[in-house]
Design a protein around this ligand. Structure first.
Ligand code: KG4
Ligand code: ZN
Length: 351
């Protein structure tokens, strides 16, 4: 596939400085510098700290990606960058770097949507995307169900079916981990702790699944009630003087999240007669979510695609993958006054 476009993608929407290089669906380099350790003591990402870290990491990460891919920057056919959604200051660093490269190398620039990039990345592992598919994106900042007919967004190709009405799924993992005294970001720690615990130890609430809620919020999520329920349970336990069974609470909480996510994602696919479900975003790295989705989907004849954990969390390869798709499908590049848009709607895949 030597004709496939060679694209360099830059991601800086949160705390990962990612530079990826792809040739069509082939991953050549995925260099990531994370500032997560600098945020850990604050229990969440501090925007100013993230922006400064992107600034420091940008050039070395671009160099590392080019070295790994064995290319010179001038070899690329296009530059892609996350233009939103995300932290405004953090996005700006990536957008400015991408513009500088595009101008300096005289290459087209594609400002792309971070959420669609979480979908497109799967092509690097499993080949061409099944379209239509239902994509469930679950990360620290987002939880949404999308009907995807064209991942580049042409003709309403990315259509939102539902989203969280309060906390994102990853945010719930991070907050509950904090309650349980586990480090930030909490998702991987809960995942690990849960392996030693019982998922039926506490019957935590499943948000927006009652018959009444389903009438208005069939494909929407809510995790803030669950988070409060875990907090109350842990407080009551602490008041009683008994130790908190961390593994059991982690497993029961994780089960409540995964149960709702999988139920709603499969309902969305079934309701549209769609046979492919794609799961992306940081929470898609969760082992229980992957297992439960595959188990239940198989019974419905629905195929599930989940990229490997390293491609689920934020990275530059996902941006390059979507950029390559833009080139391959002949989409018009972005203009050089491309803005960083912290609240870019999911329907706007190409900014
Ligand atoms: O996609 P991502 O890297 O960044 C955002 O765009 O938000 O997602 C980060 C989120 C964090 O909330 C983190 O706790 C969660 O993904 N996460 C996990 C796992 N690995 C990362 N949540 C549950 N289980 C995991 N194994
Ligand atoms: Zn993300």
């Amino acid at each position: 596939m030597t004709d496939a476009p060679l694209v360099l993608g830059i991601e800086t929407s949160c705390d990962e400085t990612g530079v990826g290089i792809v040739r069509g669906h082939e991953l050549l380099a995925d260099a990531v510098a994370s500032s997560v350790d600098e945020h850990a003591r604050f229990g969440g990402v501090v925007p100013e700290v993230a922006s400064r870290a992107h600034l420091e990491a940008m050039v070395p990460t671009i160099e590392r990606a080019c070295e790994t891919a064995g290319i010179r920057p001038s070899d690329v056919d296009a530059i892609a960058v996350t233009s939103g959604p995300g932290l405004a200051g953090a996005l700006l660093v990536g957008v400015a770097a991408a513009k500088a490269l595009a101008v300096g190398l005289d290459k087209p620039l594609y400002g792309v949507n971070h959420l669609a990039a979480h979908v497109a990345v799967d092509q690097l592992e499993h080949g061409a995307l099944p379209e239509p598919c239902v994509a469930m994106l679950v990360s620290g900042g987002h939880s949404s169900l999308l009907r995807v007919t064209d991942v580049t967004g042409a003709d309403g190709g990315v259509d939102p079916m539902g989203a969280t009405i309060d906390d994102a799924a990853g945010e719930a993992f991070d907050k509950v981990a904090r309650l349980l005294g586990l480090p930030f970001p909490g998702g991987p720690h809960i995942d690990r702790a849960a392996r030693e615990g019982s998922s039926v130890y506490v019957d935590f609430p499943r948000g927006l699944t009652s018959r009444r809620d389903l009438e208005r919020h069939r494909f929407d999520f809510s995790f803030s009630g669950l988070k409060t329920a875990v907090a109350r349970w842990v407080e009551a336990r602490e008041r009683s003087g008994e130790p908190v069974p961390v593994a059991d609470v982690a497993a029961s909480f994780q089960e409540a999240v995964c149960d709702v996510l999988v139920r709603k994602a499969l309902d969305a696919a079934s309701s549209e007669g769609i046979e492919d479900l794609l799961i992306g975003g940081g929470v898609a790295a969760n082992s229980r979510l992957r297992h439960l989705a595959e188990e239940r989907a198989a019974k419905l004849g629905i195929r599930v695609r989940v990229p490997r954990p390293g491609l689920c969390t934020d990275n530059g390869a996902m941006v390059a993958a979507l950029g390559a798709e833009m080139v391959a499908r002949g989409r018009t590049p972005s203009s050089l006054d491309l803005p960083a848009d912290s609240s870019l709607p999911v329907t706007e895949v190409l900014a």
